[in-house]
Design a protein around this ligand. Sequence first.
Ligand code: FMN
Length: 326
Amino acid sequence: MDYQNKLVLAPMVRVGTLPFRLLAAQYGADITYGEEIIDHKLLKCERRVNEYIGSTDFVEKGTDSVVFRTCHQERNHVVFQMGTSDAVRALTAAKMVCKDVAAIDINMGCPKSFSVSGGMGAALLSKPELIHDILTMLKRNLDVPVTCKIRLLKSSQDTVELARRIEKTGVSALAVHGRKVADRPRDPAKWGEIADIVAALSIPVIANGDVFEYDDFQRIKTAAGASSVMAARGALWNASIFSSQGKLHWEDVKREYVRKSIFWENNVKSTKHTLKEMIMHYSSLELPEGKAIIKSETLADIAKLYEEEKYYQFVNENRFLVNGSR
Ligand SMILES: Cc1cc2nc3c(=O)[nH]c(=O)nc-3n(C[C@H](O)[C@H](O)[C@H](O)COP(=O)(O)O)c2cc1C
């Protein structure tokens, strides 16, 4: 995979499932990260080809619970992001999905207590030996590109030192979220500190933080000197941020997301969460639409709310015709 001059959809828990990734790609994202999935969780899954909807699913054994769903359309640009604290476990999990995705990324930036208490996410930032073990294990044993995503350390010098160690493992690229572990999302991202890392490395750096408009992609790219740029919240609120033609109205983007969620039978919790985030940004969950989203229990409820019942019916009837039975 080429990491030069790419617009990248950032990993987002509960948001970055198949319909959202395809939505971002439709508007112009070149590389789309999936939500972080913990290695333990993937190891409980089996791979199932879902001919009914045309996807490849990783489903928790003995259940119908889809942990990761992908499809051939995104095969060349989807990145599987994993949470791990162990090299052997990471490799075993990565081997399960690596033939179905374009690259494997390790999350080394998540500051949430769930991640950190399990030794994952930002907890790895203070364990360079473990980082080295995980990345070299994956790099030596997988045929797909391996990358990781970090946050800034306390001093720019520390981050540069860590980034150099990461580069030595042979990773294909390094994504840098320009905030420190203690920073809040409202604190401005430190593009200048990403520039220090870019200056010290020869592998591509993907700069991340505070891209809210299409023009911000170029601004951060120039300020940091980065190869590529990654957007999270800006894309969550309006995935057409990736379009060089300018943003579409968020209501239109939301409707397209609802249709994709229906088509790909997205986990209803993921669809609800994503819609709630969009509504909270532009409107309010206290208004009728927000209240109805909170109450909805199925994709059929959501289809009804957005007057997409005909589409819902059409998709399901046509699947029945093509496949004969469910
Ligand atoms: C809803 C949400 C979920 C996130 N989930 C993940 C995740 O699964 N893995 C990860 O590395 N970062 C995750 N992040 C962090 C983003 O990928 C990104 O680094 C951060 O939001 C900064 O980018 P931004 O300023 O464009 O939002 C998440 C952020 C948001 C807003």
